[in-house]
Design a protein around this ligand. Structure first.
Ligand SMILES: Cc1ncc(COP(=O)(O)O)c(C=O)c1O
Length: 393
């Protein structure tokens, strides 16, 4: 049998460099156990509102089962353009500045592949959503991580970004409200980052998938900051706000040159987002507002119970102002985050995600998703209390 040299490996160096998602690993374990309360998956426990499902069913009944334009249906792009204008005063041409994708996941991948050459650097906060580093690496880029801390509210600072800029820096990739911390960056801090981006002529990829899930604070769209529309790739989606994870619809909004480059890659790899998903997304934009408000009010109630509960059982928790995650410190137990979550799952059947899955600065924390029912949150907290009292030093 012939052997392969390192450079002739069966698997590419890019694929070797990325590790399997630390989130998914847990789900395979949970799937094989009974009675587990999951604070794991970052997914709403609500079913997509009925009128949205109905619109998709109706469109299928009418025979809409084919490909759409690569860019997405004109109706959805027009509705999205109106929504971005109403919400942020941003004017995106639906025919050239918007691309409908299979979730923010695809939009993120396309954005990286469209802008990066081998070795280009992208500045990213640590901890961050699991896909950020991986997408940069898969596109041939180099992620440059910027540590953030609980003391600073897990907010990345413009100064820390600026100090990491090199001649190879191409972009800054941020996502606020943040997964896994729930941090929301105030407008003043975003404006300082915008100033750094302008000074150094950098692109900003802003993942705003949680834009609608904020509690007591306002969301600032990065592209709406002065001078930033042209230099921002705004990513958004339907998965979280409308409880539509399985429909796989998201979008990118950016200048024509970038959207054209992303569309080329999308044409050859995805072709288009599913037509049923797009019909559902259109209905979500037309009449989903009431449901979004109801779900956000519900998440807020759960957030308060979760954060108060975690603090009271000895897992200090910074107050998350967005998304649907709490990120408590588990340092008092002396365990690392992987050990903590594994033992918690086996001994108490509560699933959470180790903070280390989100980067080095996530070590010492766990991510608890509170998009689950209040009774389950309360039961999970009482199991965690028993667990923590057993191990606290
Ligand atoms: C920050 C962030 N961005 C993107 C995604 C992926 O979203 P989508 O379902 O639109 O692909 C997630 C999913 O958890 C997320 O948390």
């Amino acid at each position: 049998m012939t052997t392969r040299s390192k450079n002739n490996s069966l698997i590419s160096q890019r694929a070797i460099q990325i590790s399997p998602s630390g989130i998914r690993k847990f789900f395979d374990i949970i799937a094989s156990m009974d009675g587990v309360i999951s604070l794991g998956v970052g997914e709403p426990d609500f079913v997509t509102p009925w009128h949205i499902r109905e619109a998709a069913i109706y469109s299928m009944e009418k025979g809409y089962t084919m490909y759409t334009s690569n860019s997405g249906t004109p109706e959805l792009r027009e509705a999205l353009s109106r929504q971005l204008s109403d919400a942020y005063g941003l004017q995106y041409d639906p025919f050239g500045e918007l691309l409908i994708t299979a979730g923010v996941s695809e939009a993120l991948d396309l954005a990286m592949r469209a802008i990066l050459d081998t070795g280009d650097e992208v500045i990213i906060p640590d901890p961050c959503y699991v896909s950020y580093r991986a997408c940069v690496i898969l596109a041939g880029g180099t992620p440059v991580m910027v540590p953030t801390t609980e003391q600073d509210g897990f907010e990345i600072s413009a100064e820390d970004i600026e100090s990491r800029i090199t001649p190879r820096t191409k972009a800054i990739l941020i996502g606020y409200p943040a997964n896994p911390t729930g941090a929301v960056l105030p407008k003043e801090k975003l404006s300082k980052i915008a100033a750094v981006a302008r000074r150094h002529n950098l692109l900003v990829i802003s993942d705003e998938i949680y834009s609608r899930l904020v509690y007591g604070v306002n969301h600032t769209c990065f592209a709406s900051l002065p001078g930033m529309k042209e230099n921002t790739i705004l990513l958004g989606g339907f998965s979280k706000a409308y409880a539509m994870t399985g429909w796989r619809v998201g979008y990118a909004a950016a200048n024509r040159e970038i959207i054209a480059a992303m569309t080329k890659i999308h044409q050859y790899t995805m072709l288009c987002a599913s037509i049923m998903g797009q019909a559902a997304a259109l209905e979500a934009l037309k009449s989903g507002e009431k449901h979004v408000r109801e779900m956000v009010a519900d998440y807020d109630r759960r957030r308060k119970v979760m954060v108060k509960g975690l603090n009271s059982i000895g897992l200090p928790c910074f107050e998350p102002k967005g998304a649907f995650y709490a990120f408590p410190s588990i340092k008092s137990t002396g365990m690392n985050s992987e050990e903590f979550t594994e033992k918690l799952l086996i001994e108490e059947k509560v699933a959470a995600v180790p903070g280390s899955a989100f980067g080095q600065c996530g070590e010492g924390y766990i991510r608890c998703c509170y998009a689950t029912s209040l009774p389950d949150i309360e039961e999970a907290l009482s199991r965690m209390k028993r667990f923590v009292s057993k191990y606290s030093k």
